[in-house]
Write a protein of this length. Sequence first.
Length: 388
Amino acid sequence: MSYDFDKEFDRRNTNSEKWDVLENELPMWIADMDFQTAPEIMEAMKKSIDGGIFGYQFVPDSYYEAVKNWFELEHNFKPETDWMVFSTGVMPSISAIIRHLTDVGDNILLQEPNYNSFYKAIESNGRNVTNSELTYKNDAYQIDWEDLKNKLSDPQTTVMIVCNPHNPTGHIWDAKTLSRIGQLAKDNDVLIISDEIHGDLSMPNNSYIPFASLDESIIDNSISLVSPTKTFNLAMLHASTLFVPNENLRNKVRRAISIDGHNEPGILAIDGTIAAYTKGHDWLSELRQYISINRQLLSDYVAKNIPELTVLKSDATYLAWIDCTKVTDDSAELNEFIRKETGLYLAEGTKYRGNGSEFLRMNLATNKSRVQDGLNRLERGIHAYINK
Ligand SMILES: Cc1ncc(COP(=O)(O)O)c(C=O)c1O
């Protein structure tokens, strides 16, 4: 590997949300990485800072070209630059779309368990979460098509958010599944929002399907959100791109983003994104390999030393979804216990709703020795919990 993912960084006292923990604690919860971003991106950002003038910026054509070329090279898909709208983040955009393109009291469909911030964006805007829960069987999740069809056909349901790839399970939806969802949504006049922030982070030899790469008639009814922030550990870059193939819808989305003030890039957003999307291919390829090694480490360790748990197979993300059914149905309590007992701080599945109360989510985007430390603590914590 030409990039050093083994290097350990001390993130304490850096205002890091993840690392705002006690001295003995090891945080493996919130979805950011303990790796420095790609040196090519750091170099571009340093150059922007060195300019020393931080006036208002517009989004240049080269930004949209960089997005297009990235998708063509990484995902074999060429989005039109005309479809693209810049915004300062995926969740701010989803929230703005909900606020301005739906009405108070509308139902927004989610497939639980699902990314916790979706609930906040829906409920704090006075809309309802409608859950078409994923069915869990034989250590894998599936869509209950009959239930999905029923919920989409409720006239109060106006939007469905597809998490593609899916957080917390790391599942990649295949093209057939996405098309079927898209067709059902279209038949019922339900808008699709496809959150693809984890799309670049598939495991080696895997790739995700951008929703906007599907059939023209389906994508006409969709908004996809992509960003380099999860991919390159740039959460605070506050940059994302929406693909909205339908022109009328795009104008409404642009207006929503602008009303809520999410259309103006911060100082590093443009240069950082362009550098990521033009120079980040090799770094990402090595990162994906590194994460897959960490995944293997976790699966092997759990199978050998913590047989009470099951690590779900996953095609994407650096997040592991761990089945604790044999240990508890209250993962919030279990998580708190493990943290107190061993200092390991995971994400309790409860906050993702659905059957998440029987799961823990572990962030594997850290150097191998920390992953090993986390596994040792997990083993100790689970066995202490069982024997308490
Ligand atoms: C599915 C998903 N969407 C959105 C976000 C956050 O996006 P942003 O930081 O651009 O608001 C996350 C972060 O974990 C995520 O997992």
